[in-house]
Design a protein. Structure first.
Length: 434
């Protein structure tokens, strides 16, 4: 027996029940993004490898060990499946000189690729949507992006107990991080015996990342380490306070987590994460912050920037855990029919209903009325449209409510759309409520 082909480990099919929920979610997200003036941008899934090494940083988990990089066998180019969206987005902004007439608020969504160990909430192809605001230096945009997230959680019913919590921190500026780094290395060198493999390796390359370790054995050392926040200068502190003031004004609760660093090198000043306890170890649903250096680092005229990305799989899992699943609408009408002439009338009637905006599924593949009604019921449709020989002969259809106790009605074809409309959108109170 030949072996069935399987998808690549960590790369998931999103089947119709879930895909419909994703679509309902995406629809909500689109309105929400528009409410804050963000405009869409779509970048390629594949970029030149050096883009990510330069943007994300050579000594990060992503670039060191998570990227799907390959040589294009046709022309020898070094390519990478994008592990995140910010680098591509900034690349596109620079390539097309989008900042020539002022700041931009942009959003994108789609698959990202990281070669990680697959587990719940961690996949090799996963999906994010992200936003980037370019050209805006103040703490107001940082705060607006955070407040924006809070509004989305509200729209999704995710706030309150056991919902999503906000953690913020400031990474300051390069000189402040350099001073802190020197202090941190000096401190960690005193405890080098207790560090794990990763920690020893990162000690002189990316010691800040050691603070972010998930190894329980290192928690005590990390807890007592010099804090970046104690090294911040006046401007950085002022920016951080500006963000906090606006969060307080908006009544958004937050916790300052001095150990919050990000796994990508380009961040400065404000960083934030929205985290939940409901998803086990993979608890970060949304992460972002300011990255004022990246535009220049990628060859552009310096421009401040700030953004975040959300993991859609984790958000959908959280919705499921909290019973707040978005439901996709079922069809309005399922058309059942028996006989040749009836089949043709059914086909026409379905098109007439779609002309009025109805979602209609026409039964195909034959079968008795009984078996067709089973399908109609399973489809979740509100109404069945029945066309038999008798209806076909008289150019009529029968409308049968499937979700409420009510008499079916037989009407001439040219009254069908109005009657269906009455059933679906009003006229009958009971029906509306169901
Ligand atoms: P983590 O600490 O969980 O590895 P990260 O810091 O690598 O996250 P970011 O690069 O900031 O994550 O990506 C933003 C969001 O994308 C994360 O908060 C998470 O929701 C989601 N995400 C990141 N990696 C994955 C993955 N492998 N599978 C599913 N979702 C992911
Ligand atoms: Mg990661």
């Amino acid at each position: 027996m030949s072996q069935t082909l399987q998808a690549i480990r960590g790369m998931n099919d999103i089947l119709p029940n879930d895909a419909e929920r994703w679509e309902a979610f995406e629809e909500l997200v689109r309105d929400w993004l528009a409410a804050y003036g963000y405009r869409p941008i779509r970048m390629p899934l594949v970029e030149p490898t050096p883009l990510f090494a330069r943007a994300i940083g050579a000594v990060t988990d992503i670039v060191e060990k998570e990227m799907y990089s390959f040589t294009d066998s046709l022309n020898g180019e070094q390519l990478t499946l994008r592990p995140e969206g910010t680098a591509s987005c900034v690349r596109a902004v620079l390539q097309h000189n989008l900042l020539y007439d002022g700041p931009k608020r942009l959003w994108y969504a789609g698959p990202m690729f990281r070669h990680e160990r697959p587990q719940k909430g961690r996949y090799r192809q996963f999906h994010q949507f992200g936003i980037e605001a370019l050209g805006l230096p103040g703490p107001d945009i940082d705060a607006e992006q955070i407040i924006m997230c809070a509004r989305l959680w509200d729209d999704l019913g995710l706030n309150g107990d056991g919902g999503i919590k906000l953690e913020i921190n400031s990474l300051g500026e390069a000189e402040e991080r350099a001073k802190h780094r020197a202090d941190l290395i000096a401190y960690l060198e005193k405890h080098v015996d207790q560090l794990d493999e990763d920690g020893k390796r990162r000690l002189h390359t990316n010691p800040l990342r050691i603070l972010d370790t998930k190894n329980p054995a290192l928690q005590a050392i990390v807890e007592a380490a010099p804090k970046l926040i104690d090294h911040l200068g006046e401007n950085s502190l002022k920016h951080f306070e500006g963000v906090q003031q606006l969060l307080k004004d908006a009544a958004i609760p937050y916790r300052i987590n001095p150990r919050l660093v990000r796994g990508l090198d380009y961040y400065n000043l404000t960083v934030f994460e929205w985290v939940t306890d409901a998803l086990g170890a993979q608890g970060t649903v949304c992460a972002g912050g300011r990255y004022d250096g990246l535009v220049a680092q990628l060859g552009g005229k310096p421009a401040p920037a700030c953004g975040f990305a959300m993991g859609i799989e984790r958000l959908m899992a959280l919705l499921e855990a909290q019973g707040g699943l978005l439901e996709a609408p079922a069809p309005d009408v399922y058309v059942v029919h028996l006989g040749e002439a009836a089949g043709r009338l059914a086909f026409r009637a379905a098109e007439m209903l779609r002309d009025t905006g109805c979602r209609v599924v026409t039964h195909m593949g034959g079968g008795s009325f009984k078996s067709q009604f089973k399908r109609a019921d399973a489809s979740g449709a509100q109404l069945a449209l029945i066309v038999g020989d008798d209806e076909a002969a008289k150019n009529e259809v029968t409308i049968k409510p499937l979700r409420v106790e009510a008499e079916q009605q037989r009407v001439p074809l040219d009254e069908m759309a109005d009657r269906v409309g009455d059933w679906l959108y009003g006229a009958d109170e009971d029906f509306e409520e169901d």
